[in-house]
Design a binder for this molecule. Sequence first.
Ligand SMILES: O=C(O)CCC(=O)C(=O)O
Ligand SMILES: [Fe+2]
Length: 290
Amino acid sequence: MSQTITPELRQWITEQVTAGHGPEAVLKSMTASGWQEDVALQALEQTLEKFLADRGIDPEAIYERGTAALYDKPVPAPLLHGEPNVIDLGDAQVQVVFSLEQPRVVVLANVLSHQECDELMALAATRLERSLTVKTDTGTSEVNAARTSDGMFFQRGEFPLCDRIERRIARLLNWPVENGEGLQVLRYRPGAEYKPHYDYFDPAQPGTPTILKRGGQRVGTLVMYLNTPEAGGATTFPDVKLSVNPVKGSAVFFSYALPHPSTQTLHGGAPVLAGEKWVATKWLREGRFE
Ligand SMILES: O=C(O)CCC(=O)C(=O)O
Ligand SMILES: [Fe+2]
Protein backbone atom coordinates (compact mmCIF):
# COMPACT_ATOMS: atom_id res chain seq x y z
CA MET A 1 0.00 0.00 0.00
CA SER A 2 1.47 3.33 -0.96
CA GLN A 3 1.59 6.11 1.58
CA THR A 4 1.17 9.79 0.70
CA ILE A 5 2.87 12.81 2.18
CA THR A 6 0.17 14.97 3.71
CA PRO A 7 0.37 18.62 4.83
CA GLU A 8 -0.18 17.31 8.37
CA LEU A 9 2.94 15.17 8.09
CA ARG A 10 4.97 18.12 6.82
CA GLN A 11 3.64 20.24 9.67
CA TRP A 12 4.60 17.56 12.17
CA ILE A 13 8.13 17.30 10.74
CA THR A 14 8.59 21.08 10.95
CA GLU A 15 7.47 21.01 14.58
CA GLN A 16 9.92 18.24 15.40
CA VAL A 17 12.82 20.03 13.75
CA THR A 18 12.08 23.38 15.42
CA ALA A 19 11.80 21.57 18.76
CA GLY A 20 15.43 20.61 18.27
CA HIS A 21 15.18 17.05 16.99
CA GLY A 22 17.78 16.24 14.35
CA PRO A 23 16.71 14.82 10.97
CA GLU A 24 17.87 11.33 11.93
CA ALA A 25 15.78 11.29 15.09
CA VAL A 26 12.72 12.54 13.16
CA LEU A 27 13.22 9.87 10.52
CA LYS A 28 13.48 7.22 13.22
CA SER A 29 10.24 8.20 14.91
CA MET A 30 8.47 8.30 11.53
CA THR A 31 9.50 4.78 10.64
CA ALA A 32 8.70 3.64 14.20
CA SER A 33 5.15 4.94 13.77
CA GLY A 34 4.62 3.04 10.55
CA TRP A 35 5.87 5.25 7.73
CA GLN A 36 7.76 3.43 5.00
CA GLU A 37 11.38 4.52 5.09
CA ASP A 38 11.50 5.82 1.51
CA VAL A 39 8.33 7.86 1.97
CA ALA A 40 9.54 9.17 5.34
CA LEU A 41 12.89 10.17 3.85
CA GLN A 42 11.22 11.92 0.92
CA ALA A 43 8.87 13.81 3.24
CA LEU A 44 11.77 14.81 5.46
CA GLU A 45 13.90 16.03 2.57
CA GLN A 46 11.06 18.02 1.02
CA THR A 47 10.12 19.58 4.33
CA LEU A 48 13.68 20.43 5.32
CA GLU A 49 14.40 21.93 1.91
CA LYS A 50 11.40 24.22 2.25
CA PHE A 51 12.27 24.91 5.89
CA LEU A 52 15.77 26.08 4.88
CA ALA A 53 14.56 28.04 1.84
CA ASP A 54 11.88 29.87 3.89
CA ARG A 55 14.57 31.02 6.30
CA GLY A 56 17.11 31.85 3.63
CA ILE A 57 19.52 29.23 4.99
CA ASP A 58 22.06 27.91 2.52
CA PRO A 59 21.86 24.08 2.60
CA GLU A 60 25.67 24.16 2.31
CA ALA A 61 25.69 25.56 5.83
CA ILE A 62 24.67 22.15 7.11
CA TYR A 63 28.03 20.81 6.00
CA GLU A 64 29.79 23.48 8.00
CA ARG A 65 27.66 23.73 11.08
CA GLY A 66 25.95 20.36 11.18
CA THR A 67 22.23 20.30 11.83
CA ALA A 68 22.70 23.41 13.99
CA ALA A 69 22.17 25.25 10.70
CA LEU A 70 18.54 24.12 10.81
CA TYR A 71 17.90 26.23 13.85
CA ASP A 72 19.01 29.37 12.05
CA LYS A 73 21.27 30.23 14.92
CA PRO A 74 24.98 30.79 14.43
CA VAL A 75 27.38 28.58 16.34
CA PRO A 76 31.16 28.49 16.33
CA ALA A 77 32.55 26.24 13.59
CA PRO A 78 35.73 25.51 11.69
CA LEU A 79 35.19 26.15 7.96
CA LEU A 80 35.06 22.66 6.53
CA HIS A 81 32.91 22.89 3.41
CA GLY A 82 35.94 22.94 1.12
CA GLU A 83 37.03 19.73 2.87
CA PRO A 84 40.40 21.13 3.98
CA ASN A 85 42.76 18.66 5.59
CA VAL A 86 44.80 21.45 7.12
CA ILE A 87 43.54 24.85 8.30
CA ASP A 88 46.28 27.47 8.12
CA LEU A 89 45.83 29.90 11.00
CA GLY A 90 49.12 31.73 10.46
CA ASP A 91 50.68 30.72 13.77
CA ALA A 92 49.43 27.10 13.60
CA GLN A 93 48.63 24.59 10.87
CA VAL A 94 45.68 22.74 12.34
CA GLN A 95 44.89 19.29 10.95
CA VAL A 96 41.30 18.13 10.59
CA VAL A 97 41.34 14.54 11.82
CA PHE A 98 37.69 13.59 12.12
CA SER A 99 34.29 15.24 11.81
CA LEU A 100 30.76 14.18 12.62
CA GLU A 101 27.64 16.07 11.57
CA GLN A 102 25.25 15.07 14.34
CA PRO A 103 26.28 15.68 17.04
CA ARG A 104 28.63 18.26 15.59
CA VAL A 105 32.05 16.98 16.68
CA VAL A 106 35.39 17.82 15.05
CA VAL A 107 38.72 16.41 16.16
CA LEU A 108 41.70 18.62 15.37
CA ALA A 109 45.44 18.03 15.68
CA ASN A 110 48.25 20.53 16.11
CA VAL A 111 46.02 23.18 17.73
CA LEU A 112 48.74 23.86 20.31
CA SER A 113 52.48 23.27 20.04
CA HIS A 114 54.08 21.02 22.65
CA GLN A 115 55.84 24.07 24.05
CA GLU A 116 52.55 25.93 24.42
CA CYS A 117 51.06 22.90 26.22
CA ASP A 118 54.02 22.79 28.61
CA GLU A 119 53.86 26.53 29.29
CA LEU A 120 50.13 26.44 29.91
CA MET A 121 50.48 23.54 32.39
CA ALA A 122 53.29 25.38 34.21
CA LEU A 123 51.25 28.59 34.45
CA ALA A 124 48.21 26.69 35.74
CA ALA A 125 49.99 24.30 38.12
CA THR A 126 50.25 26.57 41.16
CA ARG A 127 46.58 27.59 40.98
CA LEU A 128 44.96 24.16 40.71
CA GLU A 129 42.17 23.40 43.17
CA ARG A 130 39.54 20.69 43.42
CA SER A 131 37.15 21.42 40.56
CA LEU A 132 33.87 23.11 41.19
CA THR A 133 30.86 22.96 38.93
CA VAL A 134 28.23 25.62 38.57
CA LYS A 135 25.27 24.84 40.79
CA THR A 136 22.45 25.72 38.43
CA ASP A 137 19.75 25.97 41.07
CA THR A 138 21.48 28.94 42.69
CA GLY A 139 24.11 30.01 40.13
CA THR A 140 26.95 29.44 42.64
CA SER A 141 29.79 26.89 42.49
CA GLU A 142 30.19 23.68 44.48
CA VAL A 143 32.48 20.67 44.78
CA ASN A 144 30.93 17.91 42.71
CA ALA A 145 31.57 14.19 43.12
CA ALA A 146 31.00 13.70 39.39
CA ARG A 147 34.08 15.75 38.67
CA THR A 148 37.18 14.52 40.47
CA SER A 149 39.75 16.68 38.67
CA ASP A 150 41.64 19.73 39.90
CA GLY A 151 41.08 22.90 37.97
CA MET A 152 41.64 26.61 37.57
CA PHE A 153 40.50 29.46 35.33
CA PHE A 154 42.62 32.04 33.58
CA GLN A 155 41.10 35.43 32.91
CA ARG A 156 40.70 36.02 29.21
CA GLY A 157 44.01 37.48 27.96
CA GLU A 158 45.61 37.06 31.39
CA PHE A 159 48.98 36.09 29.88
CA PRO A 160 50.33 36.74 26.36
CA LEU A 161 50.14 32.94 25.88
CA CYS A 162 46.41 32.90 26.77
CA ASP A 163 45.81 35.82 24.41
CA ARG A 164 47.63 34.10 21.55
CA ILE A 165 45.72 30.86 22.03
CA GLU A 166 42.40 32.67 22.36
CA ARG A 167 42.96 34.59 19.13
CA ARG A 168 43.94 31.37 17.37
CA ILE A 169 40.76 29.67 18.60
CA ALA A 170 38.70 32.66 17.41
CA ARG A 171 40.15 32.24 13.89
CA LEU A 172 39.79 28.46 14.00
CA LEU A 173 36.15 28.55 15.07
CA ASN A 174 35.14 31.82 13.43
CA TRP A 175 33.83 33.14 16.70
CA PRO A 176 34.71 36.44 18.42
CA VAL A 177 37.36 36.38 21.15
CA GLU A 178 34.94 38.46 23.26
CA ASN A 179 32.41 35.60 23.27
CA GLY A 180 34.85 33.19 24.89
CA GLU A 181 35.17 32.44 28.58
CA GLY A 182 38.70 32.45 30.01
CA LEU A 183 40.61 29.20 29.51
CA GLN A 184 39.99 26.52 32.10
CA VAL A 185 42.78 24.04 32.88
CA LEU A 186 41.96 20.65 34.42
CA ARG A 187 44.32 18.03 35.78
CA TYR A 188 43.07 14.48 36.28
CA ARG A 189 45.13 12.08 38.39
CA PRO A 190 44.74 8.29 38.01
CA GLY A 191 41.13 7.38 38.75
CA ALA A 192 39.87 10.92 38.25
CA GLU A 193 37.07 11.50 35.76
CA TYR A 194 34.38 13.91 34.65
CA LYS A 195 31.07 12.05 34.42
CA PRO A 196 28.93 12.66 31.31
CA HIS A 197 27.29 16.08 31.31
CA TYR A 198 26.17 18.87 28.99
CA ASP A 199 28.17 22.07 28.86
CA TYR A 200 25.15 24.33 28.25
CA PHE A 201 23.24 25.66 31.23
CA ASP A 202 19.99 23.81 31.89
CA PRO A 203 17.17 26.26 31.07
CA ALA A 204 14.94 24.56 33.65
CA GLN A 205 17.25 25.43 36.56
CA PRO A 206 16.32 28.53 38.58
CA GLY A 207 19.93 29.82 38.66
CA THR A 208 20.32 29.78 34.88
CA PRO A 209 18.89 33.26 34.07
CA THR A 210 21.53 34.80 36.36
CA ILE A 211 24.32 32.88 34.62
CA LEU A 212 23.00 33.84 31.17
CA LYS A 213 23.18 37.58 31.94
CA ARG A 214 26.90 37.37 31.23
CA GLY A 215 27.26 36.32 27.58
CA GLY A 216 24.15 34.16 27.17
CA GLN A 217 24.26 30.41 26.60
CA ARG A 218 27.30 28.34 25.85
CA VAL A 219 27.08 27.17 22.23
CA GLY A 220 30.41 25.42 21.72
CA THR A 221 33.31 23.76 23.53
CA LEU A 222 36.93 23.19 22.57
CA VAL A 223 38.77 20.72 24.81
CA MET A 224 42.53 20.88 24.14
CA TYR A 225 44.78 18.09 25.36
CA LEU A 226 47.91 19.40 27.05
CA ASN A 227 49.55 15.99 27.44
CA THR A 228 49.10 12.38 26.38
CA PRO A 229 48.08 10.28 29.40
CA GLU A 230 49.59 6.80 29.54
CA ALA A 231 46.17 5.13 29.53
CA GLY A 232 42.52 6.14 29.78
CA GLY A 233 41.07 9.63 29.93
CA ALA A 234 39.28 9.69 26.57
CA THR A 235 36.58 12.28 25.99
CA THR A 236 33.44 10.22 25.45
CA PHE A 237 30.12 11.00 23.75
CA PRO A 238 27.82 8.26 25.11
CA ASP A 239 24.84 9.08 22.83
CA VAL A 240 26.88 8.14 19.76
CA LYS A 241 29.37 5.83 21.49
CA LEU A 242 32.30 7.97 20.39
CA SER A 243 35.63 8.19 22.26
CA VAL A 244 38.29 10.75 21.46
CA ASN A 245 41.69 9.76 22.81
CA PRO A 246 43.76 12.55 24.32
CA VAL A 247 46.90 13.40 22.37
CA LYS A 248 49.13 16.31 23.33
CA GLY A 249 48.38 19.41 21.22
CA SER A 250 45.15 17.97 19.75
CA ALA A 251 41.62 19.05 20.56
CA VAL A 252 38.01 18.01 20.29
CA PHE A 253 35.43 20.62 19.33
CA PHE A 254 31.66 20.28 19.61
CA SER A 255 28.78 22.72 19.27
CA TYR A 256 25.18 22.86 20.38
CA ALA A 257 22.77 25.41 18.93
CA LEU A 258 20.16 24.59 21.54
CA PRO A 259 20.48 23.88 25.27
CA HIS A 260 18.80 20.54 24.70
CA PRO A 261 19.75 16.83 24.94
CA SER A 262 18.65 16.41 21.30
CA THR A 263 22.00 17.99 20.40
CA GLN A 264 23.50 14.65 21.55
CA THR A 265 26.42 16.56 23.06
CA LEU A 266 26.38 14.59 26.29
CA HIS A 267 30.08 14.04 26.98
CA GLY A 268 32.52 13.22 29.74
CA GLY A 269 36.13 12.59 30.59
CA ALA A 270 36.61 8.84 31.15
CA PRO A 271 38.66 7.79 34.18
CA VAL A 272 42.40 8.15 33.76
CA LEU A 273 43.94 4.70 34.14
CA ALA A 274 47.64 5.55 34.25
CA GLY A 275 49.55 8.82 34.33
CA GLU A 276 47.92 12.23 34.47
CA LYS A 277 45.62 13.96 32.03
CA TRP A 278 45.74 17.71 31.50
CA VAL A 279 43.26 19.65 29.35
CA ALA A 280 42.49 23.27 28.62
CA THR A 281 38.81 23.94 27.88
CA LYS A 282 37.47 26.94 25.98
CA TRP A 283 33.74 27.53 26.28
CA LEU A 284 32.11 29.77 23.73
CA ARG A 285 29.07 31.91 24.53
CA GLU A 286 26.45 33.19 22.12
CA GLY A 287 27.18 36.78 23.16
CA ARG A 288 30.00 38.84 24.65
CA PHE A 289 31.35 37.43 27.89
CA GLU A 290 32.62 40.54 29.69
O1 LIG B 1 38.34 16.11 30.13
C1 LIG B 1 37.60 15.91 29.17
O2 LIG B 1 37.88 15.09 28.30
C2 LIG B 1 36.30 16.64 29.06
C3 LIG B 1 36.31 17.97 29.76
C4 LIG B 1 34.97 18.62 29.78
O3 LIG B 1 33.96 18.03 29.51
C5 LIG B 1 34.82 20.05 30.13
O4 LIG B 1 35.83 20.68 30.49
O5 LIG B 1 33.69 20.56 30.05
FE1 LIG C 1 32.20 19.39 29.38
